[in-house]
Write a protein that binds this ligand. Structure first.
Ligand SMILES: NC(=O)c1ccc[n+]([C@@H]2O[C@H](COP(=O)([O-])OP(=O)(O)OC[C@H]3O[C@@H](n4cnc5c(N)ncnc54)[C@H](OP(=O)(O)O)[C@@H]3O)[C@@H](O)[C@H]2O)c1
Length: 291
């Protein structure tokens, strides 16, 4: 699965977790990697770890100026025969009861997980067309199966699934291949960020709402803590990304973490009442765990 003679890739959100693992894996595999970061310290850390194939670029996917500058710089840097691909990885978590989710928080989430993906993709398309490129989006099991207290994030990843399919169909004749990676639980800083945000949300929630959700949210905090530790390594996701970028026939969809997928699919088949009962039992368990 060696890359084409010369192959460059832009990865958004490469400061940590899956993005960083992809950047290091692809650089080690012979790709020239343009790694999107938002802080100079992250750029420096990537430079040190990734060697001379890794070029950090400042990229906030919600900032049109950043997007245009990053792609302009990449265009200048590409060699005549170099192919180019885009990995849309940057993403944020937002969980908690939908009833307690503000429209502003939902907009901020979609701005990164959905609008940011389209903004970066749209701006990259001229280059992708010229260079017979590929697009790889990092979706999630949560983009296929929705669950309670994860509604905002699930909605953004469902939207990304739709966006990926439409793009794939629209670009079919251009030769640009579009894939989506659907990881289960991956051990990255994502889970700590989600837990802190949920704890804040719980603290700030009006008392009337808190009473109705506190037990289930406490159960989720215990679960999130466990997931953050026990998830698969981000390098497993990087392998799927590498396949999507290098295989002669990349797949439309890569499920990474079959066990998580089976668990989510099985939960989705349970009657709603049973799913709620399980969540309540977990909530009681967590409440007694905290006492
Ligand atoms: N961890 C999992 O279990 C899991 C499972 C399925 C899918 N995913 C998806 O995988 C992707 C990567 O997540 P991760 O687990 O690796 O979490 P992570 O370590 O928290 O990485 C998220 C990355 O996105 C970047 N980011 C956030 N907002 C951004 C913005 N406005 N512009 C540019 N970059 C931005 C972050 O940069 P800063 O450091 O600058 O904030 C960071 O580099 C996300 O799309 C996530 O939804 C994760």
């Amino acid at each position: 699965m060696a890359p084409a003679p010369a192959h460059a890739v832009l990865i958004s959100g490469a400061s940590s977790g899956i993005g960083r693992a992809c950047a290091l894996d692809l650089a080690a595999g012979g790709f020239r990697v343009f790694a999107g970061v938002r802080r100079e310290t992250d750029a420096e850390s990537l430079r040190r770890a990734g060697g001379d194939r890794l070029h950090p670029v400042m990229l906030d996917v919600t900032c049109e100026q950043d997007i245009l500058k990053a792609l302009g710089d990449i265009r200048q840097a590409l060699d005549a025969r170099e192919r180019f691909a885009l990995v849309n990885n940057a993403g944020v978590a937002l969980s908690g009861p939908l009833e307690a989710t503000s429209s502003e928080a939902l907009r901020d989430l979609f701005e990164v997980n959905v609008v940011g993906v389209l903004s970066l993709t749209r701006a990259a398309l001229p280059l992708l067309r010229e260079r017979r490129g590929r697009i790889v989006n990092i979706g999630s099991t949560s983009g296929r199966f929705a669950s309670a207290l994860l509604g905002p994030y699930c909605a953004s990843k469902f939207a990304l699934e739709a966006l990926t399919t439409s793009l794939r169909l629209e670009l079919g004749e251009t030769g640009i291949q579009v894939s989506i990676i659907e990881p289960g639980v991956v051990a990255t800083p994502f889970w700590d960020k989600m837990r802190s945000a949920e704890q804040r949300l719980l603290r700030e929630m009006p008392e009337a709402l808190r009473a109705g959700y506190a037990d289930r949210m406490a159960a989720r905090h215990v679960l999130i803590e466990r997931l953050g530790r026990s998830g698969m390594a981000p390098e497993e996701v990087a392998l799927a990304v590498r396949h999507a970028l290098s295989a002669k026939r990349p797949r439309k969809r890569y499920v990474v973490g079959l066990r998580d997928r089976i668990r989510a699919a099985a939960a989705a088949r349970l009657p709603d009442g049973l799913r709620r009962a399980i969540a309540t039992l977990r909530g009681r368990g967590a409440a007694s765990f905290r006492r």
